[in-house]
Design a protein around this ligand. Structure first.
Ligand code: GLU
Length: 401
């Protein structure tokens, strides 16, 4: 772990001290947390200085799990284009701000999570007849957030004939849309749904997401300890029902139904390796290979027979979340996409336990949706039950070039 507080030496000492959780005999723990101030449903700063929304509830749950009560949190505005900088400079302890986990950002920050799944979509005026998908944007003007994945996506895949304006916050884009200065706002559907709900007579979300965003909690790059503790907090929030309650209170009133709670993992920079005390049992190897073969052949019944009963639901959820062609909302363009699973290693960790590593790659994905279908590395945990090997858990992460 880096002790960068001593080495940063640029920002004022005061700012750094404010950002770091500390405890002395007479000082309680405190956190400075970066959030958005203007994203209805996710995170809004109230007039009384108390923020509310799903990201705020998530941040508050995490803080409490780590020993910091809500009243000890100091909230800091973290617009999309300032999140990395706030973390790098130590001005916040962590960021919970509709912050997508991406390979590019992982060069500068570490992520815990994910804690929510969303997809990029379009917000238009209610009477807009011409925009029903991103392909229809030619010759139109859209607005998105500076420093966001939404802006990257638009520039990369749709910029040819779309005029793009970029603002520091989405609420500025929404004002421009309502004033008739632009034709659409593009960012994550969950954010757009919050704005649409504020102006239901004027605005609507198109409802055809064209990316998958996995919201993570950003921490200072390399702070694996905090990353791990926050991941545990998110897992606890999902397990004890607080996640569902936070979705019901903050997100669902807009009419938006998020995907089920994500399968939370620690991204690869926090993974540990296992030893290989025993060479793998041939029966284990056969079952692992059968898992890949039945998945590749879409023989889900045979696949299911190789899964521990208590893990069935979690494994199904994970497959749904990482195999986007099963997400009906993205439309027929991706139905033909194929996938291939390859087993890259098997480690028997005991007489009745083992893990395997695998890789899933996608084929026949339309260029525009390539971002949606990232290759996946995953780890499976195997257990021998009554003489038979079964898949008892899966953990996965996208691999980005
Ligand atoms: N989730 C996307 C991102 O992290 C868009 C939303 C935002 O800008 O916060 O860039």
């Amino acid at each position: 772990m880096k002790h960068s507080i001593l080495t940063v030496g640029l920002a004022s000492g005061l700012m750094l001290a404010a950002a770091c959780a500390y405890r002395t005999d007479d000082t309680p723990w405190t956190f400075t947390i970066g959030i958005k101030f203007d994203q209805p449903g996710l995170s809004v700063m109230g007039e009384d200085g108390v923020p509310y929304g799903f990201d705020v509830d998530t941040a508050t749950y995490i803080a409490k799990y780590l020993g910091v009560e809500a009243e000890r949190i100091s909230w800091r505005e973290a617009p999309s284009n300032r999140r990395e900088e706030l973390l790098e400079r130590g001005e916040v302890d962590f960021v919970v701000a509709s912050y997508s986990i991406t390979a590019d950002r992982q060069k500068a920050v570490s992520f815990a999570g994910p804690y929510l799944l969303a997809g990029q979509d379009l917000l238009v005026r209610r009477d807009e007849a011409g925009i029903d998908r991103p392909e229809a944007l030619d010759g139109r003007t859209i607005c998105t957030g500076e420093g966001s994945t939404s802006a990257d996506k638009i520039k990369r895949d749709f910029a040819t004939d779309v005029l793009v304006t970029v603002e520091e916050t989405y609420s500025i884009c929404v004002d421009e849309l309502r004033a008739g200065e632009i034709d659409a706002v593009s960012t994550d559907d969950v954010i757009l749904a919050g704005f649409a709900a504020q102006h239901p007579d004027e605005l609507r979300v198109v409802g055809r997401p064209f990316t998958r965003e996995r919201y993570g909690v950003g921490v200072k790059k390399g702070d694996i300890g905090l990353q791990r503790r926050i991941t545990h907090a998110i897992q606890a929030m999902i397990a004890d029902g607080a996640w569902d309650r936070a979705v019901a209170t903050n997100i669902e009133p807009s009419g938006y139904r998020p995907l089920p709670a994500p399968m939370v993992f620690n991204p690869p920079d926090a993974r540990t390796t296992t030893n290989n005390p025993t060479s793998p049992d041939p029966a284990l190897v056969a079952v692992v290979e059968q898992l890949a073969a039945t998945a590749n052949a879409r023989q889900w019944q045979s696949f299911g027979a190789l899964v521990c009963p208590e893990a069935q639901q979690a494994v199904d959820a994970l497959l749904m979340q990482y195999t986007p062609q099963y997400d009906g909302r993205i439309g027929p363009e991706v139905e033909e996409a194929g996938f291939t699973n390859t087993i890259t290693g098997i480690t028997q960790t005991g007489p009745d336990s083992a893990t395997f590593l695998a890789h899933e790659s996608f084929t026949d994905v339309p260029a525009k949706y390539r971002q949606y279908f990232k290759d996946i590395d995953y780890t499976g945990t195997m257990a021998r039950r009554g003489g038979t090997w079964k898949l008892c858990s899966l953990a996965a992460d996208f691999v980005e070039p």
